[in-house]
Design a binder for this molecule. Structure first.
Ligand code: EPS
Length: 402
């Protein structure tokens, strides 16, 4: 089974990731990894740190002459800001630094500090920072490159920021399954990336940017909602056999693991709870090469298994916890009520969060894909995949028709 781990503190030397169990002979172009890292850094409302960093990876192991070897792939992203933090973050010497004693509400400052028995909140801030997601995006780029070989792509767009929505959201088209012929995850990336806040509607973009400006002026932050969509996913990934094999459960946990994500829906999600069954499920229809669904309210998953239609995931990100006009907290030195600490941060990171969600979704799909099709080399995986796809519909026919 594929897996990855990340390591690195926000202001440490570097972020690293180790990625295991991808088949050999997958062609890796480093530019494709760096492209995703750049996308994660963009979006209106990011803080000053993004002006310091230009995230790029160094490939440490697992790839030779641009091809995977089947061995662990190690990637490193240097933190340029490290140069300014050497004394504050030194692993080797003990330096006298000012301790952080005031936790920010909504961040991991207090929970982490008490759990790990720290005497400086900085120790909690460093690893809980969303900077860690740069390493995730790098790791998951390998999954994206793998999926590309099978015509699977994952994209996203921002639906709302700070409660500012479009009248008719694109999700209506996704659920009704009325999509342009050239629609794909990559199509969505191209369209959304044209906008500074990754929305699909220029009028909405204007309204959102003015909302962000007013939040910034007030020293406040905003959250938002976004859709992540995977296309080209074959039917049959995931399973109902065990709770932890369900594709939707795995997707939910991976997206919820992203910093500040607080809610997730697959397909029409919460709306389906308010609808009649007849307006909630997708009618099954015969199509030229097998069976499909008229609509896609299920978001491409039934019974924990992919249907073959686009996988549609909606998530909500809470506002960034660091406020320039802070709310109340307590100084751990003496328990007095004080304003929470200000720390350099983003005002809005919803566009970046959507890119991270794309990455996590790609990872989960690649994981279930490889669980199903296996293979030590790309050639073997491709053989297994095409033999399954070729026989998929004829098997149904054989089983049910006289
Ligand atoms: C981030 C790097 C951080 C923050 C942000 C995301 O850099 P710094 O703390 O040096 O400004 O901009 O972190 C958070 C939102 C957080 O919760 O800590 C990044 O690379 O994405």
């Amino acid at each position: 089974m594929i897996r990855f781990l990340t390591a690195g503190e926000s202001h440490g030397k570097a972020l690293v990731t180790i990625i295991e169990s991808f088949p050999s002979n997958l062609t890796i172009e480093i530019d494709k990894i760096n492209f995703q890292l750049k996308r994660r850094q963009s979006g209106y409302g990011r803080g000053l740190r993004m002006k310091i960093e230009t995230d790029t990876v160094e490939i440490i192991s697992g790839i030779r002459f641009k091809k995977t070897l089947g061995s662990p792939i190690a990637l490193k992203i240097q933190n340029k800001d490290w140069a300014n933090w050497i004394d504050l973050m030194s692993p080797e010497s003990i330096n006298k630094v000012e301790k952080i004693t005031i936790p920010r509400p909504g961040h991991a400052d207090l929970t982490g500090t008490s759990k790990y028995n720290f005497n400086d909140i900085r120790n909690s801030i460093e690893r809980s920072s969303a900077r860690e997601t740069a390493a995730r995006v790098a790791a998951c780029s390998i999954a994206r490159i793998f999926l590309e070989e099978f015509g699977i792509s994952v994209g996203s767009y921002v639906e709302s920021i700070g409660g500012v929505y479009a009248k008719n959201d694109f999700s209506q088209k996704l659920f009704s399954n009325e999509l342009p012929g050239n629609f794909s995850g990559s199509f969505l990336i191209n369209e959304a990336d044209k906008s500074e806040v990754r929305v699909l509607n220029s009028e909405l973009e204007k309204r959102i940017i003015s909302k962000i400006k007013s939040a910034k002026k007030k020293g406040d932050t905003l959250g938002g909602t976004f859709y992540t969509v995977a296309t080209g996913v074959p039917p049959g990934l995931g399973s109902f056999i065990q709770y932890d094999l369900r594709l939707d459960a795995d997707i939910a946990s991976s997206i919820m693991s992203i910093n500040a994500v607080k809610a997730i829906e697959i397909g029409t999600g919460f709306l389906s709870a308010d609808s009649f069954g007849s307006a909630s499920h997708d009618e099954i229809i015969k199509v030229a090469d097998g069976y499909s669904r008229r609509t896609n309210r299920a978001g491409g998953i039934e019974g924990g298994i992919s249907t073959g239609l686009p996988i549609i995931v909606r998530a909500a990100m809470k506002p960034i916890a660091t406020l320039m006009k802070p709310i109340q907290s307590v100084d751990l030195k003496d328990g007095t009520a004080v304003d929470a600490r200000r720390e350099r941060s983003d005002f809005v990171a919803v566009p970046a969060c959507a890119v991270i969600a794309e990455s996590m979704l790609a990872w989960v799909i690649a994981k279930h894909f490889l669980n199903k099709f296996g293979g030590d080399s790309m050639e073997e995986t491709k053989d297994n995949y095409s033999s399954y796809m070729k026989k998929l519909n004829s098997r149904i026919k054989k089983n049910f028709r006289k």
